[in-house]
Design a protein around this ligand. Structure first.
Ligand code: NAD
Length: 320
């Protein structure tokens, strides 16, 4: 099949691209390289540097599937720069749907949302797709907007789509160069390898549910191939609650760092508790997670260590 991956030079997008290329699909990528890098792309992929709001007829014409992964990914940056987040994320997603509607309304869209649309859930509960929207930042609002676009473009124009909501993804390829404003695990690993303390905003009791990037890429492959996925939303999570303090100890252990943790005041919009179930993804897509947090962190630490040795220009972290 012919497939377009927006944000394909980024962390999750490049793992999806690798899977698609391995399965002999014809892949094209658009990415503005604000966080991604072309060295993430395998040979044979057609790459165009552009923002999703500039997506054109040529980008979508003839493709069977659009994996929409491009986004500004930091919830915290969205609090400081709401308009920029709107432009990148809300307007970007709208532009992708408009291009599909105008030039290729037979293409299927697999939209990357996030567990963060559910925000904080009551401590001790396990979220599923029936939980209500509960946004705490502009990033979440713009992800919700994208989910609603999936529904409205289907209702008005018959465009087929599925929504995937990954929960805190980590693994090799995670941009450790973005200074911890998002994808902070890779940044923590870098700090651990440098023997520096890991910054924690708040008490570190915030709970998250972490998923490994190859497991997430596998869910995309399954959603693409499954008619029953169309019109549906899937939470991709493990059901395992892990506090930031526990995670920091695990990172310090895999990096062999004795520098410990360093506490800072809490950040606006930070979620205190999230754990989710993937019962629906398992039932409909046959999806399950394969890699444990312990094993995944080891793989990520090996990758960061190796990548730090390669001299290359990295994207500049967004300024605050
Ligand atoms: N990493 C996570 O924990 C997580 C969890 C849930 C959802 N997501 C979603 O998954 C997707 C991929 O995130 P990621 O973690 O791989 O982050 P990433 O920053 O590595 O990937 C995003 C890619 O999109 C590109 N990009 C950003 N804005 C763009 C725009 N307007 N136009 C074109 N390209 C643009 C970046 O250069 C980057 O390559 C995003 O939609 C994100 O919101 C991520």
């Amino acid at each position: 099949m012919r497939i377009l991956v927006t944000g394909g030079a980024g962390f999750i997008g490049s793992h999806i691209v690798a899977r698609l290329v391995a399965d002999s699909h014809k892949v094209s990528v658009i990415d503005d390289l604000s966080a991604g890098r072309t060295s993430n792309l395998p040979r044979g992929v057609k790459f165009t540097k552009k923002a999703t709001k500039q997506i054109s007829k040529q980008d979508v014409q003839g493709v069977d599937v659009v994996f929409h992964c491009a986004a500004q990914v930091s919830t915290f940056l969205s609090v400081d720069y709401p308009r920029e987040d709107f432009d990148r994320n809300a307007n970007g997603t709208f532009s992708v749907f408009e291009a599909v509607r105008k030039y290729n309304d037979g293409a299927k869209v697999i939209y990357t949302s996030s567990r963060s649309v559910l925000g904080d859930i009551p401590a001790g509960k396990i979220a599923d797709e029936s939980f209500p929207y509960n946004p705490s930042t502009f990033y979440n609002v713009h992800k919700i907007y994208g989910e609603l676009l999936c529904s409205i473009y289907n209702g008005l124009y018959g465009i087929k789509s599925a929504v995937l909501r990954p929960s805190n993804v980590y693994g090799p390829g995670q941009p450790y160069w973005m200074s911890g404003w998002y994808n902070f695990i890779a940044y923590w690993i870098k700090l651990g390898l440098e023997g520096k303390p890991l910054p924690i905003y708040g008490t570190g009791t915030q709970v998250r549910d972490y998923t490994y990037v190859d497991d997430i890429a596998d869910a995309y492959m399954r959603a693409m191939d499954n008619r029953a996925a169309l019109g549906e939303t899937f939470l991709l999570a493990t059901g395992r609650p892990v506090t930031l303090n526990q995670l920091a100890d695990m990172v310090n252990s895999v990096t062999g760092s004795a520098a410990g943790k360093q506490y800072f005041p809490p950040r606006k919009g930070d979620v205190q508790y999230f754990v989710g179930t993937s019962e629906k993804a398992s039932r409909v897509l046959g999806w399950s997670t394969k890699v444990s947090l312990e094993d995944g962190l080891k793989k990520e630490a090996e990758w960061v260590k190796a990548d730090l040795k390669v001299k290359r220009k990295l994207p500049e972290p967004l300024k605050r």
